[in-house]
Every structure is written in C-alpha cells, then in structure tokens.
Write a protein that binds this ligand. Structure first.
Ligand code: SKM
Length: 289
C-alpha cells in the first residue's frame, strides 16, 4: 500500500471549512492515497515557519484561506499568472520542495456564471468586499465576462485603495461606499440597480458570525434587488444565506457560494493529483452533510 500524502487548508478559525469533506470524498471515490486536513494558524507571523515546515515535511499541497492568501506569497518559489495578477494564492503545489502558488478562486468563481456570459458583457456589475475574495471576483469578471466596469462597494475606502494599489487592472474598478447605499444616496442606488450581477464577497451572512460590530446579516438593502439581477453570495454556510433568500424572494437569479467552493476545489484537486474531481458525486455528498 502507498503511504498517504498530506494535503490541507491553512487559515485562521477555519473549523467550519467544508474543504476536508470535499477533498477526502473525492480521494475516496478515486482511491487516491491522499488525506486532507486543517491547519489552523493563529497569527500572520507564523505563516513563514508554517510554509517552511510544509516544504520540509513534504506536504503535497495546501489550500490557503482568509486571512493569509496574500501573506503566503513572499514565501513561495513561483506564482501562476492569475495568482500574480491579484497577489493572492489559495493553492500551493509542493513539487519536491519547490512551492508553486496558484489562484483557483478566479476560475472557481467564474464557472457558475458562464450561462450568463452574454448578458454580462458590456454591463456593469457590483462586488461587495475588500479582501482577496473580492479581488478574485473582479479578476474573473475581467478575464471571462468583460463587463463595462466593476463597482466595488466597501466600508473602508483607505483599506480598499491599498488593496487595489497592487492590482494591475484596477482601472476597471470604481470604488463606492456601502455607507452611501444605506443612507439612500441616489448615485449609489442607481449603480446597484443598473448592475447585472451583485456579488457578496464579504463574510456577512455566515452562520454564527454576526457580532456587535456588524449591524446586519445582509450586505445591502435587499429592497434594491429586482428580477433582472443575478445575485451571487460567496458565503456557503448556510446554504441558503439571508442574501440568497431575499434575492429569491425578489425574483432575482441566485448563485450559492457552494458552487464557487466546489469550482475552486476541483481545480486545486487537479493541480495536486492530476485527476478530474468527480464533481457531481462530491456535490451530492456536500449538500447532504
Ligand atoms: O479559496 C478557498 C479555499 O481554497 C478553501 C476555502 C474553505 O475551505 O472555506 C475557502 C476559500 O478561501
């Protein structure tokens, strides 16, 4: 019997992650000698030794999630063009001690939007959030769907400007304040109403997450949604988030974060194992567990 190879996810407070279920199910179905586990890393200063440890221990591959997708970059030997364009990595492949960083969130995000490609072309879209997930969505729109512009709705414009500084294609982004939406500013409202796709790339709506600093379980006033919108929530826990429920009630088309989670996982899996993930079987297990 072949010894098991280790795969895993690094991030902070990630006990909720469904990635172990996805990858271990796929490995079992294909009888591959891998096991996928979780490495909870408490602070950013531990990322450098963690990556050195992964290299030394021969860990075959890693996913990287919030808040370390940009933190890992300086410790890798090579970046794919997608990862380099947004400066964020969610997949690391260890090839005999040579660590290559990829970003499979971009293609994973794009996959469920493909049926809407013709409608998106030339129209505005809106993204809420100012982290790596928002950047992956923006880059996916740019590469695959060619909207006329991306309205990026944020709470903290200084933080968002800093994030965009290293993004080569920042010209397609117009920064907008969430605050203006909530206070009913007509320009901000018109941007949402004109947008064909509305993406939540914030963690707002994640089960059990709301705290004193968050006043809502929704990133925007859902009265603004209409049947021509496509509402895409990157949050996948719960399956039917408050945003997805409100969007369905308004007649909009909806895309659950589960689709992006599966899309990025399938691409990471292929990079590590060279095999296609049995997606439909894995989706069924994920939805029923
Ligand atoms: O990019 C992905 C990551 O690969 C896995 C993940 C998860 O398990 O919650 C979420 C995203 O950040």
């Amino acid at each position: 019997m072949q010894p098991e190879k280790i795969l895993g996810l690094i991030g902070r407070n990630i006990a909720y992650s469904r990635s172990p279920l996805i990858h271990n199910t796929a490995c079992d179905l294909l009888a591959l000698p891998y096991v996928y586990t979780i490495f909870n890393i408490a602070s950013a200063d531990l990322i450098e030794p963690a990556i050195a440890g992964a290299r030394a221990l021969g860990i075959a591959g890693l996913n990287v999630t919030t808040p370390y997708k940009t933190t890992v970059v300086p410790f890798l030997d090579e970046l794919s063009p997608e990862a380099a364009s947004i400066g964020a990595v969610n997949t690391i492949v260890n090839n005999n001690g040579h660590l290559a960083g990829y970003n499979t969130d971009i293609a994973g995000f794009a996959a469920p939007l493909r049926p809407y490609a013709q409608r998106i072309k030339g129209n505005p879209v809106s993204v809420f959030g100012n982290g790596g997930a928002a950047l992956a969505a923006i880059e996916a729109f740019r590469i695959f769907f060619h909207p006329c512009c991306v309205y990026l709705f944020v709470r903290d414009s200084a933080k968002a400007s800093a994030m965009l500084e290293n993004y080569v294609h920042r010209d397609i982004v117009t920064l907008c304040l969430i605050e203006e939406l909530f206070s009913g500013e007509s320009g901000a409202i018109a941007k949402i109403q004109r947008s064909l796709v509305i993406v939540n790339a914030t963690p707002i709506g994640t089960a059990g997450r709301q705290n004193e600093t968050e006043t809502s379980i929704l990133p925007l006033d859902t009265e603004l949604l209409h049947p021509d919108h496509i509402v895409y929530d990157m949050v996948y826990n719960p399956l039917f988030t408050p945003l997805i429920k409100a969007a369905k009630a308004s007649g909009a088309a909806t895309i659950s974060g589960i689709e992006m989670l599966l899309g990025q996982a399938a691409r990471s899996f292929e990079l590590w194992t060279g095999k296609e993930m049995p997606l439909e079987q894995v989706r069924a297990v994920l939805i029923n567990n």
